[in-house]
Design a protein around this ligand. Structure first.
Ligand code: PLP
Length: 359
């Protein structure tokens, strides 16, 4: 007999927000995608050659342990290889971190608005999100976050720089916050945009984690390293946490092409970071241009800018799209705009200026 109810799915899945990717640029028109915080530069030639060479072994499973990549990262960061855990993008590793620490009845704390995957990865294992509003300056309210810790808190994300606002948490305030967090609560410093930071007071999470067993650092090859399409990210964490990440990983999740391209990118790091410098200059030009037009733009240390537009958010995004740039609107809140090619940034600045004249 055919059942009429269908398979029983976990109730925790009800109400999980769907991840909305940045919209692609429409085909056929001159349009730029400034909606996903991607790197506008294509992979470096050496990386492309490595990808082609690795593709010859597509009939083989990848190295489950990501041995070469792990060794390369451990050497560069000065950490034991056992503290490096790789995964399918840093969002994959973020999901594993939640699975390893939190389930029904547990709470995961983070600022809001922040990276939109956090509510999703928290809810999948049945944990509850506790979202602490950003300050009026669009940054983390660490005092309020410390006050929101309860006996149920198992994990805290600190997104530094914060997506989508670009704001940063500085060393002294972070240390003060970490001193207040119970030692059995894991704090994850999500540093997806770290390479774009130019403020010396913003700490390197890897330095912070060294003498704090309850701190893990999350990094990615998707942004500065320009490998978003290959899905590879990693965490640096003390052994119990790193071991738990190896247990929760999808076996063979990181393809050999991704592993090899990541190693090749690390070995071309100097050239890659010159591109990051160029993007930082472009970012500063965009921020200067917007402020010159009269916009309030929070200080950003990432590869994007944030405009709080409230009810005008969707109108603004539509105007940008008509001008040839696809941005990322968060309805009722604001727009995040990735720093892209100079021509794209020019189009965006022009659209922003026109929008102000019709306000
Ligand atoms: C703050 C933050 N963390 C993590 C990620 C995930 O990146 P990936 O899974 O490509 O490494 C993103 C991507 O947008 C992000 O903004």
């Amino acid at each position: 007999m055919v059942s009429e109810t269908g398979p029983r799915l976990r109730a925790q899945l009800d109400g999980i927000p769907t991840y909305k990717p940045g919209r692609p640029a429409p085909t056929g028109a001159t349009a730029y995608k400034l909606s996903s915080n991607e790197n506008p530069y294509p992979p470096l030639p050496g990386v492309m050659e490595q990808v082609a060479a690795s593709a010859e072994r597509l009939h083989r499973y990848p190295d489950l342990a990501c041995t070469e990549l792990t060794a390369e990262l451990a050497g560069r960061l000065g950490v034991p290889a056992a503290h490096v855990a790789t995964g399918t993008g840093s969002v994959g590793v973020a999901q594993q971190l939640v699975q390893a620490t939190s389930g029904p009845g547990d709470e995961v704390l983070y600022a809001w608005r922040s990276f939109e995957a956090y509510p999703i990865v928290v809810q999948i294992p049945g944990a509850a999100s506790v979202q602490v509003p950003l300050t009026p300056g669009e940054g983390h309210d660490l005092d309020a976050m410390a006050a929101a810790i309860t006996d149920r808190t198992r994990l805290i994300f600190v997104c530094n720089p914060n997506n989508p606002t670009g704001t940063v948490v500085r060393r002294a305030e972070l240390e003060r916050f970490l001193d207040k967090v119970p030692s059995d609560v894991l704090v994850v410093l999500d540093e997806a945009y770290r390479e774009f930071n130019r403020d010396a007071e913003v700490p390197d999470g890897v330095e912070i984690y060294r003498d704090r067993p309850n701190v893990a650092v999350l990094r990615t090859f998707s942004k500065a390293y320009g490998l978003a399409g290959l899905r590879v990210g990693f965490a640096i964490a003390h052994e119990p946490v790193a071991d738990a990440l190896r247990k929760t990983a999808v076996p063979f999740g990181v393809s050999q092409i991704a592993q090899d391209a990541a190693v090749a990118s690390l070995r071309s790091e100097e050239q890659l970071l010159l591109r990051v410098d160029a993007l930082v200059k472009e970012r500063d030009r965009v921020v200067g241009g917007l402020r010159g037009q009269g916009w309030t733009v929070p200080e950003t240390h990432a590869n994007f800018v944030w405009l709080r537009l409230g009810e005008r958010t969707l109108d603004f995004a539509a105007r940008c799209e008509r001008a040839g740039v696809v941005v990322r609107p968060f309805a009722g809140e604001g727009v995040r705009v990735t720093v892209g090619e100079s021509e794209a940034n020019d189009l965006f600045l022009r659209a922003a200026e026109e929008f102000r004249t019709v306000l």
